[in-house]
Design a protein around this ligand. Structure first.
Ligand code: ADP
Ligand code: MG
Length: 387
């Protein structure tokens, strides 16, 4: 590799350069300005590697720059991390829990003071109170901006705790924003919790590939940042088509293309063409399988996997599979398979595409189920269609 590599495909890691997602950033930016925005609470859902964590991270930075106090919550310590942050932000609670050592007790949060060795246990009401107090007494901050990643891993009682606190603060007109992220169907799961019914009214922002135009722009920009490298337009096209705008695959293919490019001789530039990109595809594919396709497919039932394989056998030139043909390959009646198909659609592993057709909803899935690889042509209609 000649010079620096602006791509860093570490899974769950923060990208060196964030690309795309203009629509989502605009929605949240508007919500921060407008106290009446219906988007102060949002649910981002999508498959592994589509960029949920990266987006929450970016939103947090954006909110922080806009003067909000940010609380980023991860699965293992939901209520705990909020209390910790609020404790640090509100002088009243600081006195109550000086030098807190925070432990976890079932549905509530136990905060022990090292100095007095007394413990204070926070339940839902306390969290609401802490949030209300903080958002009501903010001086240097515009509001409290809470992000919660991997909601599907957060215990039910904790989610109820959090929902109650946020809902209460919002009802009282306090400046609080709540941004949640999770796998497909996590919104339905959380909305079914007894104390989280308000989640049903929260918009589900479905994250998938970037727009076609965003994908080309991102590759042009990032390849332009690598020193001693010149990338021709055919290579940009190959990068975009191969990754299909799926953020993790974009990071992988960009990274390996640059890593595997021959080092430029001193004072010369290394030219990257489409062959250099193709050369890197095997390495990108291997990691994409290991970190995205294998775990997604491992989560499915045997019948769902057989359905996906049968789709590969009946795929047409446009990347679609006729549900009737899939049934024939499986030796079943179509109606016997409607439950399997619907389940796969709800998990967003496939999508319905016109009456009687389905297509894969993750890039490289066709390759996963059938080798050798074929590279299809995509329509430039600003939405990727995954084969
Ligand atoms: N908008 C983006 N810009 C740049 N890189 C991104 C973007 N979205 C995701 N990535 C990168 O893709 C990979 C997977 O993203 P991540 O946010 O961990 O996915 P998820 O949380 O949905 O599983 C990470 O390497 C991340 O840095
Ligand atoms: Mg993540």
């Amino acid at each position: 590799m000649a010079g620096n590599n602006p791509f860093n495909p570490s899974f769950g890691g923060k990208p060196q350069f964030f690309f795309g997602r203009k629509r989502e950033l605009d929605i949240v930016s508007e919500a921060l300005e407008n106290p009446n925005s219906p988007y102060r609470a949002l649910f981002f859902t999508g498959n592994r590697g589509c960029g949920k964590t990266a987006l929450l991270e970016r939103l947090s930075v954006m909110a922080s720059e806009a003067g909000w106090l940010c609380v980023d919550v991860h699965s293992a310590n939901a209520s705990e991390s909020i209390v910790r942050k609020l404790v640090g932000a509100s002088s009243k609670t600081t006195e109550r829990v000086a030098e807190p050592a925070v432990g976890f007790v079932g549905a509530s949060v136990k905060v022990g003071s090292l100095r007095t060795s007394a413990t204070t246990t926070y339940d839902a009401l306390d969290l609401s109170e802490a949030l209300l107090q903080t958002s009501g007494s903010l001086k240097q901050h515009a509001g409290v901006f809470i992000t919660v990643d991997e909601v599907q891993k957060i215990p039910e009682a904790d989610m109820e705790n959090l929902c109650a606190a946020v809902q209460m603060s919002m009802r009282k007109g306090m400046p609080v924003a709540l941004m949640l992220a999770g796998l497909p169907e996590s919104k339905e799961v959380v909305s079914a919790y007894k104390g989280c019914t308000f989640m049903r009214r929260v918009s589900d922002v479905r994250l998938d590939s970037l727009l076609v135009s965003e994908t080309y722009d991102a590759f042009r920009q990032l390849m332009g940042l690598a020193s001693n490298v010149e990338t021709c337009e055919a290579a940009i096209d190959e990068l975009a088509r191969y990754s299909q705008g799926y953020p993790y695959l974009m990071q992988l293919i960009g990274f390996h293309t640059l890593e595997e490019a021959p080092s430029a001789v001193l004072h010369q530039v290394c030219e990257i063409d489409q062959h250099a990109v193709r050369f890197a595809e095997a390495a990108a594919y291997e990691q994409f399988c290991a970190n995205v396709l294998d775990p997604v497919i491992a989560d499915l039932s045997d019948e769902q996997r057989v359905y996906l394989r049968a789709m590969a056998k009946s795929i047409d030139g446009d990347g679609r599979s006729r549900t009737g043909d899939v049934a024939n390959v499986m030796g079943k009646e179509q109606r016997q398979l409607s439950a399997v198909r619907d389940r796969l659609i709800r998990k967003r592993v496939i999508v319905a595409d016109g009456r009687g057709y389905v297509r894969y909803n993750l890039p490289r899935m066709r390759q996963y189920f059938t080798d050798p690889v074929e590279f299809p042509a995509y329509e430039d209609d600003d939405v990727w269609k995954h084969e």
